[in-house]
Ligand binder design. Structure first.
Ligand code: IVH
Length: 707
């Protein structure tokens, strides 16, 4: 058998013969190796053949030899998944919780598209409670399977996905490149059987089918995945070389013809009333489906309209998930703890007697803040009819979507007579600094700043989290461990760790849970992240109010860390233009602007930032695909009532061509697009000599007849 035939091209007979051949060679090589005789294979040849044997076993599980070499000790499973950048981002969905939200979704879309009362159809389908997976087919062959990861980069689980029986390994009459996306899940019957097997083996039980599906797909040893009964529903797509249809529902039919399972409860609906009607039908069948769903997904049916609507930072405008109401359970509060966040916020948490809420065991619930415990909202109005929450109270707990469980109600009839109101602490429980609560703020905060270990640790945990620096192998547990050891006290320390501890490698190795490989992997993962995009760097700093979206806005606006620092220094020195410029960023208000400038102004924080910058290679923000656009890098302002496009469309389109859309006119403005009834902004533009265009002139400039 020639080595040239790739594993995916082997037929059954060839595969069986090849398994025999490989097993023979590998067994001899094993003996050879252990008897330390002259090896017949180099390490890399050995690894290659072993991997080939393993891949054939995955493709033909029924041909696996009883005494396969794969089961011999030394068959090393993968150390970690390799990473794959998604050609098209894998996004999440916005949520609707009630009929109003659904109606608003329809109104928003109509407004965005300027549709008026014209007909608009949607699809409605169950929202499967599993984990999303992207399957890439090249020339009809399944070549790659990637988890969602952070939406931009996922994990390569190709081998594992190939073991899922209802995922076609080959499809016919499909575009050359087609990425089919959908949900991996486990049905109830299979989940119960799996947990029974786990119980028999004295192994850990899975809390629910979703956890079981995730745990099974993300196995480094795909033989384990193969032994788990996973299933896949197709419902979306990523990269596609040629379009296969004009609307969502036909695409689903095409997927089904390719051999994918698609959900039978998918229906085309004319408007929100029909969507809600179908939601109710699906909800009534929820318990009979045999697998978990947590809502209904609505999508604009017409793909041209989907494209026009486009995306917000993490969710599409053309789809929404209408979630089922939260499930509720009753339990008792054992104690109330205060957690200290990275911004010093003191967050009360109820420790509960563990209770099953819709398939998940819940033992903590958020209590939000002092007022919430006392039975008031942030405006001083009563909540829960004014009843406070106390230790030992019986409460109703619920989960809404994926968020942390919450407390709905207190059962006062079960309250003991000698129970006492909870007194909110006046000092930080971690560093004993005084806590302060500013007027108008519902949150009490520790004033300890960098003195408070809890704030520092949480800040570091945020720094290494997904969305920020996303350092593999450095999570909350390791950060706490390293902080306690005094090895990492601020972000820059992460990048000097290896140098300061070249002998520390040994120290690391000797710590519980660390081996030579994991320590080396950690230093590798850290070094890789020295090169970091500006938006991720900014998000990683953990400045109050600066989430991922704002960090991206800032990065796009300033372009480089140096420009940003210059602007901050000017703002610190109360330079009016610099403040105006910061405030002109659409989405940046006074609170946010203050938070950013005061972070750069505070000497201690600035020193921490500068030490960090010194360790990094911060990448400028470049929107390469738009670099040839005529409006690339220009600052534009839309004013007046636009008639040829909606405001939202205008903004999205301008940004997609590389322009900055600002909310106010200044010397930095390049173009003002003035619709009818334009007011003070147009006047100011005239005064400053800024170019003013009509809507049509603008569309001509960017070469679009009409949106
Ligand atoms: S569409 C561009 N359809 O829900 C968005 N998602 O909460 C494409 N999900 O990340 C997603 N069932 O993992 C879509 N029928 C369905 C779904 C579905 C489950 C998951 C998916 C997504 C998450 C968002």
């Amino acid at each position: 058998m020639s080595e040239e035939i790739s594993v995916n091209n082997l037929n059954r007979v060839q595969a069986a013969a090849e398994l025999l051949r490989l097993n023979d060679i590998l067994k001899i090589a094993n003996i050879d190796y252990h008897s330390k005789d002259a090896p017949i294979l180099s390490d890399s040849e050995y690894d290659k053949l072993k991997q080939r044997n393993f891949n054939i076993e995955i493709n033909f599980p029924d041909l696996v030899l009883d005494n396969t070499v794969s089961n011999q000790v030394g068959a090393s499973p993968l150390e970690t998944f390799s990473k794959i950048k998604h050609a098209v981002k894998m996004l999440s969905l916005g949520n609707a919780f009630n009929d109003d939200d659904v109606n608003n979704f329809d109104v928003r879309i109509r407004k965005f598209l300027g549709l008026g009362t014209n007909k608009l159809t949607y699809t409605a389908e169950p929202k499967i409670d599993g984990l999303s997976l992207s399957l890439k087919y090249v020339d009809g062959k399944l070549v790659q399977a990637t988890t969602r990861g952070d939406g931009s980069v996922g994990e390569n689980v190709t081998k594992n996905a190939k073991t899922i029986t209802n995922i076609p390994k080959e499809i016919f009459n499909a575009p050359n490149i087609l990425e089919v996306r959908g949900e991996v899940y486990m049905n109830h019957e299979d989940f119960n059987k799996l947990n029974k097997r786990q119980l028999d083996k004295n192994a850990k039980l899975f809390a629910n089918p979703r956890n079981a599906a995730a745990g099974s797909l993300r196995q480094l040893d795909s033989r384990i995945t193969a032994s788990r009964p996973l299933k896949f529903f197709a419902y979306a797509w990523g990269e596609i070389s040629t379009s296969i249809s004009k609307n969502q529902i036909d695409t689903m039919q095409k997927f089904s013809a390719f051999g994918f399972s698609t959900n039978k409860l998918t229906k085309v609906c004319n408007g929100p009333a029909e969507l809600i009607e179908h939601y109710k039908i699906i909800q009534s069948q929820r318990g009979l489906l045999g697998y978990d769903i947590d809502g209904v997904v609505y999508k604009v049916n017409d793909l041209t309209l989907q494209e026009k609507l486009g995306f917000r930072s993490t969710t599409p405008r053309w789809a929404i998930a209408h979630k089922f109401p939260a499930e509720i359970a009753q339990t008792q509060i054992k104690s109330i703890d205060i957690q200290v966040g990275r911004t010093g916020a003191l967050s009360p948490v109820a420790r509960l007697k563990p209770v099953n809420v819709g398939g998940v065991i819940v033992s903590n619930a958020t209590l939000h803040n002092e007022d919430y415990i006392a039975g008031r909202d942030s405006n001083g109005n009563q909540i829960r009819k004014g009843s406070d929450i106390r230790v030992d109270d019986w409460v109703e707990v619920y989960r809404a979507g994926d968020v942390i469980p919450k407390i709905r109600n207190v059962d006062l009839s079960k309250r003991s007579l000698n129970s006492k109101s909870y007194i909110f602490p006046t000092h930080c429980p971690e560093c004993k600094s005084l806590s302060e609560r500013l007027i108008g703020d519902s949150i009490a905060r520790c004033t300890g700043g960098l003195v408070c270990p809890a704030q520092v640790v949480q800040g570091l945990v945020h720094f290494v989290s997904r969305g920020a620096f996303d350092i593999d192998g450095l999570g909350a547990k390791q950060i706490e461990q390293f902080y306690e050891l005094g090895w990492i006290k601020e972000p820059a320390d992460i990048f000097t760790l290896q140098k300061r501890y070249s002998s520390g490698l040994q120290q690391l190795q000797n710590r519980e849970g660390w081996g030579e490989t994991s320590a080396k992997n950690l230093f590798y993962a850290i070094n890789v992240k020295r090169k970091i995009p500006l938006n991720k760097f900014l998000f990683g700093l953990g400045i109050r109010h600066v989430g991922e979206t704002t960090a991206t806005l800032l990065a796009k606006h300033y372009g480089s860390i140096n420009e940003l620092k210059i602007a901050m220094d000017l703002a610190i020195n109360l330079n009016g233009n610099s403040w105006d410029d910061l405030l002109s960023i659409d989405g940046v208000g006074h609170v946010l602007a203050n938070a950013i400038v005061s972070t750069f102004k505070d000497l201690a924080q600035r020193t921490v930032i500068e030490r960090l910058i010194f360790q990094l290679d911060i990448q400028d923000e470049i929107i390469s695909k738009n670099i040839n656009s005529i409006i690339y890098g220009k600052t534009v302002v839309f004013t007046g009532s636009l008639e040829l496009m909606t405001r939202a469309e205008a903004k999205v389109r301008a940004e997609s061509l590389g322009a900055k859309v600002s909310g106010s006119v200044s010397q930095k403005t390049d173009i003002v697009i003035a619709g009818p009834r334009a007011g003070s902004k147009a006047v100011k533009a005239k005064e400053l000599g800024v170019q003013i265009l009509s809507e049509q002139n603008w569309l001509d400039l960017i070469k679009i007849d009409k949106f």
